[in-house]
Design a protein around this ligand. Structure first.
Ligand code: COA
Length: 259
C-alpha cells in the first residue's frame, strides 16, 4: 500500500509507521488521519504482523498536534465530527490485540500526545516534549486527551497540563509515568525495536489477554468521550477559539475576551 504522508515498513513481524510531514512538524491533517487509519487496519488484519511502532519523521517532532490550519473554517458540527473520528481511530489503537509502541522523537503536543497515549507503550528521546497546549488556541483536547491524560498521570498533573498548556520534558514525562524509558535520540529506534521484538517473540495469546484486561482496568466511560466531543464542538462556536487559531497562524499572542 502506497502512502502519501506515512512511511510504512514491515520488518520481521513488526510494522514501523513513520508520520511524514516534517515541514509541518508532522501535524495531523485529514490525509494523515485517513492514512494512519489504513495503516492501523493493516497491522490489525495482517497475520504476518504482530505489532507496530509509531514515530515521527525528522528530528524535531513526533507529532505537533492536529493541523491548526484546518481548524480555521471548522464549524462546531464539523469539529464534533472531527473529534469523534479522531477518538475512534485512537480507540482502535488502544483496543488493538497487538502491541503498539510510540517512539517519541520530539514534540508530542495536542493530538500528538493523544496519539502517544493511545499506544500501549511509550519510549521517549531525551529531546521529546509532551503537552496539551489546546488551551492556547481557546479549545480543548478532542482526540481522547481529556480522558486518557488523567488516567495515565493522575488528575492533578493532567489538569495542570491541560489548563496551562505547558510542555513537560521527557524526564518529567518519565517521572509522571507517561513514558517507560528516556534514551539518547540515536538510540530511540534501536531500543524501541528491541522492546517490540522481545514482545513479538513472546506468547501472543497471553499478550493479547494482558492488553485487553489492563485496558478494562483503565477504561474511561463512553460518557467521558461523548462529553469531550461535545465540548470540543462548543469551543468552535466561541470568538476565543477563532482568535486563538488565527493568532497561531499569524505567529502572535492571542487576545482572549471570554466570548
Ligand atoms: N498545525 C499546523 N501547523 C503546525 C502545527 C500544527 N499543530 N505545529 C507546527 N506547525 C507548523 C508551523 O505553522 C510552521 O509552519 P510554517 O513553517 O509554514 O510557518 C512549522 O510547522 C514549524 O513550526 P514553528 O511553529 O515555526 O516551529 P517552532 O520551533 O517555532 O515551534 C512548536 C514549535 C511545536 C512549539 C509550535 O510549532 C507549536 O506551538 N505548534 C502547535 C502546537 C499545538 O498547539 N498543538 C495542538 C494543536 S490542537
Amino acid at each position: 500500500m502506497a502512502y502519501q504522508t506515512l512511511q510504512v515498513q514491515a520488518q520481521d513481524r513488526l510494522m514501523l509507521i513513520t508520520i511524514h510531514r516534517p515541514e509541518k512538524l508532522n501535524a495531523l491533517n485529514h490525509v494523515v488521519m485517513e492514512e494512519l487509519d489504513l495503516a492501523v487496519e493493516e497491522v490489525l488484519t495482517r497475520e504476518d504482523i504482530g505489532g507496530a511502532i509509531i514515530t515521527g519523521s525528522g528530528e524535531r517532532a513526533f507529532v505537533a498536534g492536529a493541523d491548526i490550519a484546518s481548524f480555521q473554517q471548522l464549524s462546531p458540527e464539523e469539529a464534533r465530527a472531527l473529534s469523534i473520528k479522531g477518538q475512534a481511530l485512537f480507540a482502535k489503537i488502544e483496543r488493538a490485540p497487538k502491541p503498539f509502541l510510540a517512539a517519541v522523537n520530539g514534540f508530542a503536543l495536542g493530538g500528538g500526545c493523544e496519539l502517544a497515549m493511545a499506544c500501549h507503550l511509550r519510549i521517549a528521546s531525551i529531546q521529546a516534549k509532551f503537552g496539551q497546549p489546546e488551551i492556547n488556541l481557546g479549545i480543548i483536547p478532542g482526540y481522547g486527551g481529556t480522558q486518557r491524560l488523567p488516567r495515565l498521570i493522575g488528575l492533578t498533573r493532567a489538569l495542570h497540563l491541560m489548563l496551562t498548556g505547558e510542555m513537560i520534558t521527557a524526564e518529567q514525562a518519565q517521572q509522571y509515568g507517561l513514558v517507560i524509558d528516556v534514551v539518547p535520540p540515536a538510540q530511540l529506534m534501536e531500543k524501541s525495536i528491541a522492546l517490540m521484538q522481545k514482545l513479538l517473540s513472546g506468547p501472543i495469546h497471553a499478550i493479547r489477554h494482558i492488553l485487553h484486561c489492563a485496558l478494562l482496568a483503565m477504561n474511561g466511560s463512553e460518557e467521558g468521550y461523548a462529553a469531550e466531543a461535545q465540548a470540543f464542538s462548543e469551543c468552535f462556536a466561541t470568538a476565543d477559539a477563532r482568535e486563538g487559531i488565527q493568532a497561531f497562524l499569524e505567529k502572535r499572542k492571542p487576545r482572549f475576551q471570554g466570548k
